[in-house]
Design a protein around this ligand. Structure first.
Ligand code: PLP
Length: 239
């Protein structure tokens, strides 16, 4: 496809996504301005990522650090806010941190410590979301609810801004299956907010939940960030 053809496809898909977000928000009485779309570009080429950014979607996500580095380099002339949504190995912290705006996938104490140890100015540090293994599947990364409750011991890490939680619902053809998981994450977040209210830089305002198959349900349950890949990029060029 030419750039123009791709632009047309992407613009139509974005319009459909925003319309669906609007409907979900009005059902739940939420302000659509409170929902950020992260376009997860992991299946498409840097060219497609560039085109969607030029259409105004500046929050882009990748699940693999190396791929994020590659795309960030390829479109570094644009004001992208990069989101890492997949597992971050500790040996990739140094190279990844300066590139990203939000890490959605902080999934272990050891990783938090590696991030805290990396020396960078507080104001350019990425926001951190704690990944919760909300669907409690053993193969998924993330904290259990129980572990997050014990985070008071991380008090000293003032340099880190923990701004919310992220989860992935178990895969299902029926988005309603995800509702209980999303609701549980929100209720858990509300309890954490209360628990940590004496640590103002741990805001817990964000809930990163909802993907192509279930983002409307996630929004109804309070998502502030939805991470969309397939619905935007299905069938578009990979390289
Ligand atoms: C790939 C991915 C997404 C996007 O998923 P789709 O179902 O394609 O929208 C969202 N979050 C994470 C963590 C991912 O790895």
């Amino acid at each position: 496809m030419t750039d123009n053809e791709l632009r047309t496809v992407l613009a139509a898909r974005l319009a459909s996504v925003y319309a669906r977000i609007g409907v979900a928000c009005s059902r739940a009485n939420h302000d659509p301005a409170g929902v950020t779309v992260v376009a997860v570009t992991k299946t498409v080429s840097p060219r497609v990522a560039r085109l969607i950014a030029e259409l105004g979607v500046v929050d882009l996500g990748e699940s693999r650090p190396q791929e994020l580095w590659r795309k960030a380099e390829a479109i570094k002339d644009l004001p992208i806010r990069w989101h890492l949504v997949g597992h971050l190995q500790r040996n990739k912290v140094e190279r990844t941190l300066p590139l990203v705006h939000v890490i959605h996938s902080v999934d272990s104490i050891r990783l938090i410590e590696a991030i805290a140890d990396f020396d960078m100015p507080a104001e350019s540090r990425p926001e951190l979301l704690l990944q919760v293994n909300a669907s409690q599947e053993s193969q998924k990364h993330g904290f259990s609810y129980h572990e997050v409750g014990e985070f008071r011991t991380l008090y000293a890490s003032k340099r880190l801004s923990v701004t919310g939680l992220m989860c992935m619902a178990a895969y299902s053809d029926d988005p309603e299956q995800a509702r209980a998981t999303f609701r549980e994450l929100r209720e858990f977040r509300d309890r954490l907010k209360e628990h940590f209210r004496d640590i103002p830089w741990w805001g817990f305002s964000h809930l990163s939940m909802g993907m192509s198959g279930d983002f409307e349900v996630a929004i109804e349950e309070g998502a502030t960030i939805v991470r969309l890949g397939t619905t935007l990029f299905e069938g578009l060029e990979a390289e």
